[in-house]
Write a new protein. Structure first.
Length: 226
């Protein structure tokens, strides 16, 4: 394989990863919107479009293995390919959680809703979308500084989760008719919290791409220098 062709393939990997990321960002946003607004048609759209996310991951993985086999890349080129493979897997899991939220929308039937908790879920979703969009930009720029800042945003996601959890449990205890919807709120909040964790994973891969070091962010056991 000529070097010029290899560089073109690398650029295509970058572009396809970014496209996949935008699909996932859109899925997360739409899934929560469908849940809050009880829009089952929008929820079905999220579920149907997940096939495109999965197709992107398969194509990225297949092309990555092909480039490793044919070109035997080293240093930064190899790190780029590994980053795409690992980070696209995280994106695919984020898409799966968006689908789970969409399925919750379809499953809910006439249950008593709790508007104040749905507002927190909506705020949590908006914050996560900001994280997803920002991490895609950090990836394009290979900006490890921004990646580390984005990873720190996950603390706010955890705060949202704990707020939803405590408010939901309290309301369920006081109003037994909210148990069904409350259980769904806890599930949706957990899906969103996990999406935040996967964004942090991608941040770690951006740091790896920039430095060649495996760095564990948002942990008490930091591997590299702060």
């Amino acid at each position: 394989m000529l070097r010029s062709q290899f560089e073109e393939d690398l650029l295509n990997l970058h572009n396809q990863f970014y496209e996949m990321g935008m699909l996932v960002s859109d899925a997360v946003s739409k899934s929560v919107t469908s849940y809050i607004t009880h829009d089952k048609n929008l929820a079905k759209e999220v579920i149907d479009n997940d096939e495109h996310v999965n197709e992107h991951e398969v194509k990225l993985e297949k092309k990555s293995f092909e480039m490793i086999a044919l070109q035997q890349p080293v240093t930064i080129d190899l790190r780029t390919i590994i980053t795409v493979m690992k980070a696209s897997s995280d994106l695919e899991r984020m898409g799966d959680h968006a689908v789970s939220i969409a399925k919750s929308t379809i499953r809910v039937k006439g249950t008593t809703r709790i508007s104040e908790i749905e507002k927190i879920i909506s705020d949590m979703s908006d914050y996560i979308k900001k994280m997803v969009d920002n991490v895609l930009i950090a990836y394009v720029k290979t900006d490890q500084k921004d990646a580390k800042m984005i990873a720190k945003m996950d603390k706010q996601i955890n705060q949202y989760y704990h707020e939803i959890y405590s408010s939901t449990i309290k309301t369920m205890q006081e109003r037994p008719e909210t148990v069904v919807s409350g259980t769904d709120y806890l599930n949706v909040a957990q899906y969103l919290e996990r999406i935040g964790d996967y964004v942090t994973n991608i941040c770690e891969w951006i740091v790896y791409l920039a430095t060649g070091k495996i760095t564990e962010l948002n942990s008490n056991c930091q591997i590299d220098e702060p």
